[in-house]
Design a protein around this ligand. Structure first.
Ligand code: ADP
Length: 874
């Protein structure tokens, strides 16, 4: 490469320090990107790629105007990239040689403060994880937009760290560079995040206070690493970051990330949308702060009875006081996002409009709290006791900022009259000057007799007297000094107008400058109240979530759950909160559910599509709703407090993550059986379906036995293996239930009603009929089934899958296994006797045999099959 210009040398030097970020290099009114950055950014942002220089030495370049850079930066951040913003740090007019430039901020997915990447109703967590050994990890999370700062220590496997990290749904995770490659990969693949590195854990004086109360050294290291990273990248004041709060993992119900996804707590599995999730049903919050808090609550249900009782009791009061609740909703709608505002204040991003919103919120909050107080609930006092109404701040804002200020903070019109004497004087001068000009215009018209004479102003020439050409002859010679000639008019200036102009412009300029300074002063004062504002935000969001629960409970006819201590589940006419919303009103079939010491495990059989997994999810969702303090969809519900919920529900394929369905199934099951306790809830849906019938059935049975004998957790287990229903005899706390269906006019009707006892048949063919498979195919399936049911299977190929439609097995599972194996052996022998295998075939078979299916993704499997087939055909 040819020798670079001094500016490009400067660019390359700065870029070398920010390799993992797009470098936005300020050049006049543009941010320019060069080399690889330019090529990639042009692609991502769909902007034109140009060149700097000529011929072979030309450098790829693209640029965005600085005034609209925010939108481009947001786009890159949203896609998970980082952007280093490099500004000119000296006046180009004064510069000798190349203008000095410096990176003033690095914006990353976890540190971004505004723009499209930050959603109002969602937190934007930045995490850091530090490993101290294979079983000791410090983890902490900051939401830069709200200042929330949480930390904990995990003393178990890295898998648990992943689950905990997932619960924050972070955009970015900071780790030390020494973090193992394998772990980095797992974080990236499982959480889909941007990974960043920070090796230092500095003692930053002004941030020390944030961690000094922490007792755990591992947590301190994790927090310091995160603070060092934030300090280094944002290069701004971090006054709004709260003291790190240490939380214990066992303060909340544990729901691993698989289960959260399976249960569709905050988003649906397939479309990743809020609509269709539990959060969607529960969210009738009015403020964005409330919406974020609700999401946090749904992600972390409580396990302390007292806290659950408090929330439920408050919801009770909100339900009882309908009119107060309406009025509370009304007041909430006038409360601004105090949490995010605190962040903006610290970052220096607020404008006068934000401050007016803050003022209105502070005026609204006492009215809001008065109504909440009037509910007369015993817990209200506790809820409101931390509230500091920030009266002095409210007064400052009331006295200082105009009701309807402009967005710009440099062009005046922000500060009220009467707030500052000097500013009032400038304003007087301006107003007087302007009325003097109006007077002068009148006077000159009279004296010259030119009615159309006018005094005007423009930015380039300042004040002028304008006379149309037609009237020029009326103007006495030498009355004014000529300034500018237009097509139809002449513009003039006079000595006294010049004098006044200087006075007005000076007053205007000084006034604007002073207003800016005064605004900055007010903004600084707000900083003193950041902690109180955050506390207020906390209370307001809690009120918002509780009123939302009341609203939803009333609208959907929920009932207050009773939390019992004996571990029993007693649900009368329970419903699935989401399904009942999406089907026609009145179509949902409510179901009872009862679990107790004698009845710990329900084995659920029934046709496909009958409602087995809906019934299972229903219990999990009702329990979670109760433990976050919400009423539940049932006529009556008495529930224990579950410490953990585990699920394996539905066929959520993890193709994108390269794991086969069956592998995911086994991973999730392993997680459940190794972590669950007596106080947990386990939901297993169709376990063993992903492998061959006998393999699967054997696994299913042993899993049931293990849970029954070793764990004793409350468990719902749905299966299409009717053979398993005989387990009732062996496992005394297992109860068979089934979802009923009836046949009417040769058609199956699902009743969605769960009753004790096992199902009598599978109805698989009827489901196929419903799905409108070809008639011929259905007829054939019915014939085959008839043969099976009558033991005449000679003319039916013995393919494993066909076994699934078997109803009552003629023999026990054990016997069938040998029968099946015998047949397979016969078949194999027959095959091998009649087919000659050459070396290629043998090699292909060997490869097939050695292939570890558990480590092959479906896409890879197709590829392998293709290779084998080619080999066999060649
Ligand atoms: P399964 O797990 O038995 O295959 P699902 O639980 O997936 O069946 O239910 C299939 C469909 O039946 C659901 O999508 C839902 O629309 C409907 N369904 C399930 N349970 C009920 C119910 N209790 N009342 C009304 N419709 C239901």
């Amino acid at each position: 490469m040819a020798k670079q210009t001094p500016m490009m040398e400067q660019y390359l030097r700065i870029k070398a320090e920010h390799e993992d970020a797009f470098l936005f290099f300020r050049l006049g009114d543009f941010y320019e990107l060069f080399f690889e950055d330019a090529i990639n950014a042009a692609k991502e942002l769909e902007i034109t790629l140009t060149k700097r220089g000529k011929g072979d030495d030309a450098i790829p370049m693209c640029g965005v105007p600085y005034h609209s850079s925010e939108q481009y930066i947001s786009q890159l951040i949203e896609k998970g990239y980082k952007v280093a913003v490099c500004e000119q740090t000296e006046d180009p007019q004064q510069a000798k040689g190349v203008v000095k430039r410096e990176v003033v901020q690095i914006i990353t997915p976890g540190t971004v403060m505004e723009g499209r990447a930050v959603q109002d109703q969602e937190n934007n967590y930045l995490l850091s994880i530090t490993d101290f050994s294979e079983s000791e990890y410090g983890i902490c999370a900051v939401d830069m937009t709200t200042g929330e700062f949480l930390t904990t220590v995990i003393t178990s496997s890295f898998e648990d760290v992943i689950h905990e990290a997932a619960s924050f749904r972070p955009r970015e995770i900071v780790v030390p560079a020494s973090f193992s490659e394998e772990k980095q990969q797992r974080l990236k693949v499982r959480l889909g995040i941007t990974l960043s590195y920070e090796d230092k854990c500095e003692d930053i004086e002004e941030l020390d206070e944030l961690v000094h109360r922490l007792m755990d050294d591992h947590a301190v290291v994790a927090c310091k690493r995160l603070l060092t990273y934030i300090h280094r990248t944002t290069k701004r004041s971090l006054d709004h970051i709260q003291q790190a709060t240490y939380y214990m993992l066992n303060e909340y119900m544990t729901i691993d990330s698989y289960s959260k996804r399976n249960l569709e707590l905050v988003e649906t599995i397939r479309e990743k949308k809020k609509q269709g999730s539990l959060l969607w049903v529960l969210d009738k919050t009015v403020t964005a702060m409330g919406a974020r808090t609700l999401k946090q609550w749904v992600e972390r249900p409580l396990i302390h009875k007292e806290m659950i009782t408090k929330r439920l009791s408050l919801v009770d009061s909100f339900i009882e006081h309908y009119f107060e609740r309406e009025s509370i909703r009304d007041h909430l709608s006038s409360v601004y996002d105090l949490e995010r505002l605190s962040g903006k204040v610290a970052f220096g991003n607020v404008n006068a409009r934000d401050l007016i919103q803050l003022k209105r919120s502070l005026e609204e909050v006492p009215r809001l709290f008065d109504i909440v107080q009037s509910l007369g609930n015993e817990y209200v006092k506790e809820l409101l006791q931390q509230a500091d109404h920030c009266e002095p701040l409210k007064e400052i804002l009331q006295n200082s900022i105009h009701e309807d200020p402009p967005i710009s903070i440099t062009e005046g019109n922000i500060i009220k009259d009467g707030y500052n004497r000097e500013l009032d004087e400038y304003r007087d001068a301006m107003r007087n000057g302007k009325s003097w000009i109006a007077q002068m215009e009148r006077k000159e018209r009279e004296e010259t007799g030119i009615k159309s004479l006018k005094v005007g102003f423009n930015k380039v020439f300042g004040y002028y007297i304008e006379v149309t050409k037609a009237n020029l002859h009326l103007l006495p010679e030498g009355r004014y000094e000529r300034k500018q000639t237009l097509t139809n008019a002449e513009r003039f200036i006079s000595e006294e107008l010049k004098e006044k102009e200087a006075l007005i412009l000076e007053a205007e300029e000084n006034g604007e400058k002073l207003e800016y300074e005064l605004f900055m002063e007010v903004r600084e004062k707000v900083k003193d109240y950041i902690r109180s504002l955050q506390e207020l935000a906390n209370i307001v969001s809690t009120i918002d979530v509780l009123q939302s629960f009341a609203e939803v409970a009333e609208k959907n006819h929920y009932v207050k759950p009773k939390m019992n201590d004996d571990g029993d589940v007693q649900i009368v006419e329970g419903r699935h909160p989401v399904v009942e919303q999406v089907i026609d009103i009145g179509d949902y079939v409510a179901n009872d559910l009862s679990l107790n010491k004698e009845r710990e495990l329900l084995l659920i059989t029934g046709p496909n599509m009958a409602g087995k997994s809906t019934y299972m999810r229903q219990l999990a969702l009702i329990s979670i709703m109760a433990q976050i303090g919400s009423y539940v969809p049932a006529d009556e519900a008495s529930l224990p407090i579950f410490d953990q919920i585990f699920t394996r529900i539905g066929a959520a394929d993890d193709l994108a993550q390269g794991q086969s369905t069956f592998m995911v199934e086994m991973l999730e099951t392993k997680h459940a059986v190794s972590k669950a306790t007596k106080n947990s809830l386990i939901l297993l849906d169709e376990i063993g379906r992903g492998t061959s019938t006998y393999d699967g059935m054997a696994l299913a049975q042993s899993i049931i036995e293990y849970i029954h004998d070793e764990i004793g957790a409350k468990t719902l287990f749905s299966t299409h293996y009717h053979e398993l229903t005989t387990l009732e005899k062996q496992c005394e706390r297992l109860q068979n239930v089934h979802v009923s269906a009836i046949e009417e006019d040769g058609k199956v009707v699902f009743l969605h009603k769960v009753v004790d006892g096992s199902a009598d048949r599978s109805y698989g063919i009827y489901v196929a009929e419903l799905a409108e498979l070809p008639e011929k195919l259905i007829r054939r399936a019915k014939d085959i089934l008839f043969d099976y049911e009558n033991g005449q299977d000679a003319n039916v190929p013995r393919v494993e899958e066909k076994k699934e439609v078997l109803q009552e097995p003629a023999v026990s599972p054990g016997e069938q296994l040998t029968l099946f194996e015998d047949t397979m052996e016969q078949l194999t022998n027959k095959e091998s006797a009649s087919v000659e295998l050459d070396d290629k075939d043998k090699e292909a078979l060997k490869e097939l045999k050695e292939l570890n299916l558990l480590h092959v993704s479906p896409i890879k499997a197709i590829e392998v099959l293709d290779q084998l087939q080619r080999k066999l055909k060649s």
